[in-house]
Design a protein around this ligand. Structure first.
Ligand SMILES: NC(=O)c1ccc[n+]([C@@H]2O[C@H](COP(=O)([O-])OP(=O)(O)OC[C@H]3O[C@@H](n4cnc5c(N)ncnc54)[C@H](OP(=O)(O)O)[C@@H]3O)[C@@H](O)[C@H]2O)c1
Length: 243
């Protein structure tokens, strides 16, 4: 396929999502940089150098059926297919909460943000992804949701803190495995990636978090896998991770 790949990244107006868009555009992909606030997405695309693939701003609130439907309509009308979906939108790292006391409404909001949103967008985009000869789905998950984690984050680390976030990411990785198993024969490669602890907030690098470009690189790797690449796996920096 010689024409540029059509790539959609959710939650891309800042942080890792923005950097994923920047790196994929530099590779020549046509990038749909989406955000729940269109004005923020439009502001962000201006900051991407113009010497790579085209970059378009798109309104997409992963929590809204209507918003996702509108995004599908726009992509169908303007591109007719989707080659890569990066489910990046997420957050609510609740390091000050404990499983025994966290408010259930907060747990529900976090599951909606980190699991259901990706699930909703994936279901809606699948017909467009099926039109691609080499579709890829990357779910931005976290070692915080892994049973086995050799770094400081994991279900049995942090003294049990960050319960809503961690469990939502365990579920996102499980969603990845279930979907990849179902779609094994489709040719669509679906993987979960942990970017590692990444400095997407002020002062992060001083605390030991890695530069944003490094965290994003492992996600870009999974978005650009060859046709015989893996599916249904969990990676960090291109390396399979136990979880
Ligand atoms: N940074 C890390 O150390 C780290 C480690 C492991 C995993 N991750 C994961 O990596 C992903 C990106 O993290 P980050 O550090 O770049 O976070 P970030 O800087 O806080 O950015 C999060 C992005 O998600 C967007 N978002 C949240 N809810 C949304 C919704 N309903 N619809 C559309 N967009 C929505 C935010 O939009 P607004 O700007 O409108 O709020 C923002 O663009 C997340 O899934 C996170 O859990 C991060």
């Amino acid at each position: 396929m010689n024409e540029p790949r059509i790539v959609l990244v959710t939650g891309a107006n800042r942080g890792l999502g923005f950097e994923i868009c920047r790196q994929l555009a530099a590779l020549g992909d046509s990038v749909l940089l989406s955000g729940r606030d269109l004005a923020k997405a439009e502001k962000a695309i201006v900051e991407i150098p113009r010497n790579g693939g085209a970059v378009h701003a798109l309104a997409l609130d992963t929590g809204s059926d209507d918003s996702v439907r509108s995004a599908v309509e726009m992509i169908t009308r303007d591109f007719g297919r989707l080659d890569v979906l990066v489910n990046n939108a997420g957050g609510n790292f609740d390091s000050d909460h404990l499983t025994s006391t966290v408010a259930i409404d907060y747990v529900r909001e976090t599951l909606e943000m980190n699991l259901i949103g990706a699930w909703r967008v994936t279901q809606a985009m699948l017909p467009l992804l099926r039109k691609s000869p080499r579709a890829r789905i990357v779910n931005v998950s976290s070692g915080a949701g892994a049973f086995a984690s050799e770094i400081g984050f994991g279900l049995q680390k942090m003294g049990g803190a960050a319960p809503a976030y961690s469990i939502s990411k365990t579920a996102l990785t499980a969603f990845t495995v279930k979907l990849a198993t179902e779609l094994k024969a489709s040719g669509i490669l679906i993987n979960a990636v942990c970017p590692g602890w990444t400095a997407t907030y002020p002062g992060g690098e001083a605390q030991g978090a890695r530069p944003v470009a490094e965290g994003a690189a492992g996600i870009v790797w999974a978005a650009t896998l060859p046709d015989d690449g893996p599916s249904g796996c969990f990676f960090r920096d291109g390396q399979p991770q136990p979880w």
